[in-house]
Design a protein around this ligand. Structure first.
Ligand code: HEM
Length: 396
């Protein structure tokens, strides 16, 4: 039990320092927590995050999944049946077959990224490798050409950095510019795929049909934006945070090198541990009582995945990073009808990058002792940089 007396956690704010002592206190003492600063409920226990997620009739996504914003037209901000119809259409781009077919391309991107740095003997792992893999994977799917990857990184970063920053006009301006520039680019791709077809995701989605229904241009734009912001930084932070854990306690890295059969459970543990999505919001649909608390219609509550994933009622020794943890039914990808559509793709990327790193940079190590800083963000967060070193080696 931690020694924190009372929580000082604004649940929807940027957690610059380790939030876990306060989250642990809340799970034990005030698990459904009214945050007076953010004016939002914080749901801290695993069982409650699950319960709220599977009752959209009481806790709706249609009020928007951010605590401080209204709903957008993205499918993540809709309830069933509207959401389900959209999800069935978008899922055509994420069939197990389509995801499996991407493996070779993902491996090719992974190796090209390592090739770029392997002769140097050091790099910033976030900005030289981890930021690019998910970005290029999703960029390929969205029809973004290689000469636009730098722009895509800027758009993605600016879109995420502006979340929850209504008081910072510079960040908001950048977020709006990024959405507009991405929109212009995407419209060009869309027009081309409508005219000429194509086998990337947009090519599939422009022709996808469920019950005689197709996606219109506006819907395609918003859901492509959802795929970009959902699929990019999230995966980046699990790659980076996972690597940090392995190198911080080097025995973990060596154990994985010696026994690759541990990689799948190691990846699940990275997802549990990092939980890069801090929270998703739901809106209470009518006055109700939940776990003894009176909730009012229209109030928002936050599903605090990082807290649920350290819940001592569910995970043995939850603060131990355990390569062999089993079972490991973490909630990093959410639960219920909005369960992450990109979960298999993210797992494939994690498998690709860690396999390549273990093979090609066996003495990879942290270049600095101290834990790297987190990037300021209220929605998706992870390390801002991660200097690493290794013995120089030749490109593939
Ligand atoms: C939904 C996490 C990677 C696309 C979600 C949700 C979570 C999540 C927690 C649930 C939202 C809710 O219930 O309101 C993650 C994590 C990832 C990851 C931790 C990486 C490690 C990806 C990737 C893609 C993606 C690679 C696509 C390329 C989506 C989409 C949804 C979603 C489209 C909305 C699904 C719906 O509304 O039905 N993700 N995600 N995610 N994710 Fe992911």
């Amino acid at each position: 039990m931690t020694t924190v007396d009372q929580p000082r956690l604004t649940v929807g704010a940027f957690w610059g320092a380790d939030p876990h002592p306060a989250l642990t206190w809340l799970r034990a003492n005030d698990p459904v927590y009214w945050d007076p600063h953010g004016e939002v409920w914080g749901i801290t226990r695993y069982a409650d995050v699950k319960e709220v997620s599977v009752h959209p009739e009481l806790f709706s996504s249609a009020g928007g999944i951010r605590p401080d914003q209204d709903a957008t037209p993205m499918m993540i901000d809709q309830d069933d049946p509207v959401h389900l119809r959209r999800r069935k259409l978008i899922s055509k781009g994420f069939t197990p077959r389509r995801v499996a077919d991407q493996k070779a391309r993902i491996d090719q991107i992974t190796h090209a990224l390592i090739d770029r740095v392997c002769e140097r003997g050091s790099c910033d792992f976030v900005w030289d490798i981890a930021a690019w893999l998910p970005l290029i994977v999703i960029g390929d799917q969205l029809g973004v050409r290689a000469d636009q990857y730098d722009n895509l990184l800027r758009w993605s970063d600016d879109l995420m950095r502006g979340q929850g920053q209504a008081d910072d006009p510079v960040l908001i301006e950048k977020m709006m510019t990024a959405a507009a520039e991405y929109g212009d680019y995407f419209n060009g791709v869309l027009a081309d795929r409508r005219a000429n077809g194509g086998d990337d995701l947009i090519g599939v989605l422009v022709n996808a049909e469920v019950d005689g229904e197709r996606l219109d241009d506006q819907t395609l734009y918003f859901d492509s934006l959802l795929l970009l912001i959902g699929g990019d930084e999230t995966t980046r932070h699990v790659i980076t945070g996972g690597l940090y854990q392995l190198l911080h306690d080097r025995s973990l890295w060596e154990r994985l090198r010696a026994d690759r059969s541990l990689l799948p459970s190691a990846i699940e543990e990275m997802l549990r541990w990092v939980s890069p999505i801090r929270n998703m919001a739901r809106t209470v649909t009518r006055d109700l009582e939940f776990r003894g608390k009176q909730m009012k219609k229209g109030q928002k509550l936050l599903l605090l995945y990082p807290s649920a994933n350290r819940d001592e009622d569910v995970f043995d020794d939850p603060f131990r990073f355990d390569l062999t943890r089993s079972p490991n039914n973490h909630l990093a990808f959410g639960v219920g009808s909005h369960f992450c559509l990109g979960a298999s793709l993210a797992r494939l990327e994690l498998e690709s990058i860690f396999t390549a790193l273990l093979d090609r940079l066996p003495d990879l190590r942290l270049a600095e002792e101290t834990e790297p800083a987190l990037r300021p963000a209220t929605f998706v967060s992870g390390y801002e940089g991660l200097p690493v070193a290794f013995s120089p080696t030749t490109p593939h």
